[in-house]
Design a protein around this ligand. Structure first.
Ligand code: 6PG
Length: 274
């Protein structure tokens, strides 16, 4: 059943932009200035910017760069709302918490109003309750009508990483949440980690105006080549399921992560964002 559902989902990385930076520092600066541009444009156009952060080690350096005085001063923090693409089922002060990482690297250093920080309440004992509570926050924050159960939040930007197993957010290979096409948020049991993760679901991820993968390091080269140029095997490589229906998909790579990509993809890589 999972495979049949997965086979119905769109896959079109042909439409994806690929940006390859020579070094991680070049990549992070490109990403940081791109985020600032998106935030300023979104606030100018709609009075608000909504961004979902990723966990992991790569984004931590990006968040620290965004927290530097020069760049932090460029962000419209008063009108920027921060969410998370996924969270571990831990308290916010846990070393494993994606919230704690982002708060320590970025949010505690910038003038963002506390009410603009939409932390996933992962301290709640029941993971299903966490998912429901976060979904309720999304509905309130994006003003989704209770009378429209199929309404989806449309993030201005969702940042994603990719694990060496091809997972993204907390959509892990052969995990139940890969088939969750109704709920906004899922409590996803991850067998190999012996834990349950909280994650935005594919309908939400693929409804964003922009989805950016930040992928660095040679350890990701092979799996990235499989995801982008290998056969469609989304139950093995969930990152293949990220394909915004009406939005931009961009892979922001450093040269080591891009090392296994074909000359065709290298030739098609863009020089800048937007
Ligand atoms: C998490 C992330 C996860 C991460 C990848 C890549 O909660 O850990 O959401 O999906 O993005 O594991 O992590 P790195 O960028 O650290 O390799």
């Amino acid at each position: 059943m999972t495979t049949s559902i997965l086979s119905d989902l769109p896959i079109d990385h042909v439409g994806a932009q690929i940006l390859i930076s020579r070094t991680i520092d070049d990549l992070l600066r490109t990403a940081a200035t791109g985020i600032i541009d998106i935030a300023r444009a979104s606030v100018a156009a709609q009075g608000i910017c909504t961004i979902a952060l990723s966990g992991g080690s790569t984004p931590r350096r990006l968040y620290a760069l965004l927290a530097t005085p020069e760049l932090a001063a460029e962000m419209p923090w008063q009108d920027t709302h921060i969410f998370w693409g996924d969270e571990r089922h831990v308290a916010p002060d846990s070393p494993d918490s994606n919230y704690r990482m982002a708060n320590e690297a970025l949010l505690s250093h910038v003038p963002i109003p506390q009410e603009n920080i939409h932390r996933i309440p992962a301290e709640l004992p029941n993971a299903g309750t966490v998912a429901v509570a976060y979904a309720d926050d999304l509905r309130r924050s994006f003003h989704l009508g209770a009378d429209d159960p199929d309404a989806l939040p449309r993030f201005d930007l969702i940042l994603l990483g990719m694990g060496e197993d091809g997972h993204t957010a907390s959509l892990f290979p052969q995990s139940p949440a890969l088939s969750e096409l109704k709920a906004l948020v899922a409590a996803n049991p991850v067998t190999k980690l012996d834990t349950t993760r909280i994650t935005l679901t594919l309908p939400v991820l693929n409804h964003a105006a922009r989805v950016w993968f930040l992928i660095t390091g040679g350890g990701k080269a092979q799996v990235l080549m499989e995801v982008l140029e290998g056969p469609r095997r989304p139950e093995i490589f969930p990152s293949q399921l990220i394909s915004p229906s009406d939005g931009e998909l961009c892979f922001l790579l450093d040269s080591t992560a891009a090392a296994a990509l074909s000359p065709r993809l290298h030739a098609g890589a863009v020089a800048g964002l937007g």
